[in-house]
Design a protein around this ligand. Structure first.
Ligand code: URA
Ligand code: CA
Length: 443
């Protein structure tokens, strides 16, 4: 008979656990036969002793099978999913989903909500008046067949093991562990029905992985899991050492996506990373021979306005008001806006993305706990990015708030996020690395 105690001990000693042993642990935990305190000890042992690639793959597989797997076989073509490991001002899904769909690939995307300092795609989308992200599976598939794109909430029956484990990891300091993050993310992508996967692994001050080596290790681990499970996977390691976009907050991030899709914003990090990730999706979907060709097509659908039209169709299909695309003033608006003047002059040397995220949370843009209610209208807009010069009295950010009493705390946190020095620093690349596996047998 297998005993939980022996398995914890084995992992503590750095030994290898078999698929059957991991299955016993995960299934026992989901079915409430294994208590939180034993699972906590096991997770902490994994943090210290690690897991081999094989073990991480097996863990992912048993997590996938803890619940339902979405069947997308009614959708013709290759289903390519994309996932970011989370960050601040990361609005890539809202930019690339309409563009990639307008380029001809079907995008069936299940997304999550924001927690802590990071935003969530569902919360952003729901700031559009009327829009719903609760879409039944049948309707979800019909919508993707009809207009090529849907972005909906993950249903509760996908990867129940991850829901329980993530909640436990969150309160036992066991989140930042490569095999645990990799299995958590990949199990959800595979259960969501993806044939092939594009990963955006963030690195820098606003990411789980602060150091590039750690982000590369996480990306490589996830690519290996994907390939071992018969899903061709590509990962880009991208920079999150400052917020990706300039607009942080739910309706504000929708606004930034709209301004990119309608050509009002013609450059910048958010647009660039979205186009690169979208190009990788088109490659994996076999719509184009290489990323350069993908990039050209995406720029064409952007310039022609086809991407903006696709966003309108997506909003309309999910019961939102599509007129927000041509008239963004229909998005929720904050009652007050106010700048944050710099006390000193010089160059912006760093913007702590996590602190910027926390400043918007103080204004009400995010949730501390799952049940917290967010204010879609509030947030901030960065007026300066890294390596830009600033004079004393010039604004670092503009706050958008419905409650001026919250500005005191927000100002303090946002100001602490900026490091200003006498000269600019070397530019960090936006895309640090691209990681691909070998070709895999189809599954
Ligand atoms: N995102 C996830 O979905 N899981 C993790 O463990 C970390 C980030
Ligand atoms: Ca096609």
């Amino acid at each position: 008979m297998m005993r939980v105690l022996d398995l914890i001990l084995k992992k503590k000693q750095g030994l290898y656990l078999t698929r059957e042993e991991l299955q016993f642990l995960i299934q026992g935990y989901v079915e409430n036969r294994i208590p939180d305190y034993q699972m906590s000890a096991f997770l902490m042992a994994v943090c210290f002793a690690g897991m081999t690639g094989d073990e991480t793959g097996h863990l992912t597989d048993v997590m996938v099978h803890s619940g339902k797997v979405l069947d997308l076989s009614d959708l013709p073509g290759i289903k390519v999913d994309k996932h970011s490991t989370g960050g601040v001002g990361d609005t890539t899904t809202l930019v690339l989903a309409p563009l990639v769909a307008a380029a001809g690939l079907r995008v069936a995307k299940l997304s999550g909500r924001g927690l802590g300092h990071t935003g969530g795609t569902l919360d952003k989308l729901e700031s559009i008046p009327g829009l719903t992200t609760s879409v039944e599976t049948e309707q979800f598939i019909r919508q993707v067949n009809e207009i090529g794109v849907a972005v909906a909430a993950q249903t509760g029956d996908l990867v129940p093991a991850d829901k329980k484990l993530y909640a436990l990891r969150d309160v036992t300091a066991t989140v930042d562990c490569v095999p645990l993050i990799a299995s958590s993310i990949m199990s959800k992508k595979i259960a969501s029905g993806a044939d092939r996967i594009v990963l955006d692994t963030k690195c820098g001050s606003g990411a789980f992985m602060k150091k590039k080596e750690d982000a590369v290790l996480l990306a490589r681990t996830m690519v290996e899991i994907g390939e071992a499970m018969g899903r061709q996977t590509i990962a880009l390691v991208t920079d999150m050492d400052q917020p990706l976009g300039n607009y942080i907050g739910n309706a504000l991030e929708v606004l930034e996506a709209i301004e990119i899709l309608t050509g009002k914003i013609t450059g910048g990090a958010l647009r660039e990373v979205s186009l690169e990730l979208g190009a990788q999706m088109l490659v994996l979907g076999e719509e184009v021979p290489d990323a350069r060709a993908g990039r050209r097509i995406l720029e064409d659908v952007l310039t022609s306005g086809a991407g903006a039209r696709k966003l309108e169709q997506l909003i309309e299909a999910q019961k939102g008001n599509p007129r927000v695309v041509s008239d963004p003033s229909l998005l929720p608006q904050a009652a007050h806006r106010e700048g944050l003047p710099s006390r000193v002059e010089g160059y912006v040397q760093a913007i702590d993305a996590e602190a910027i995220g926390r400043a918007t949370m103080v204004l009400g843009a995010g949730r501390e706990r799952k049940e917290d209610v967010i204010d879609p209208a509030v947030g901030l807009v960065l007026q300066k990015r890294c390596n830009e010069s600033i004079r004393a009295g010039e604004s670092l950010v503009t706050f958008f708030t419905n409650d001026v009493s919250r500005l005191v705390a927000a100002r303090k946190i946002a100001e602490s996020a900026f490091k200003i020095g006498p000269e600019p620093l070397a530019d960090r690349p936006l895309i640090h690395e691209k990681i691909e596996g070998g070709t895999v047998a189809s599954h």
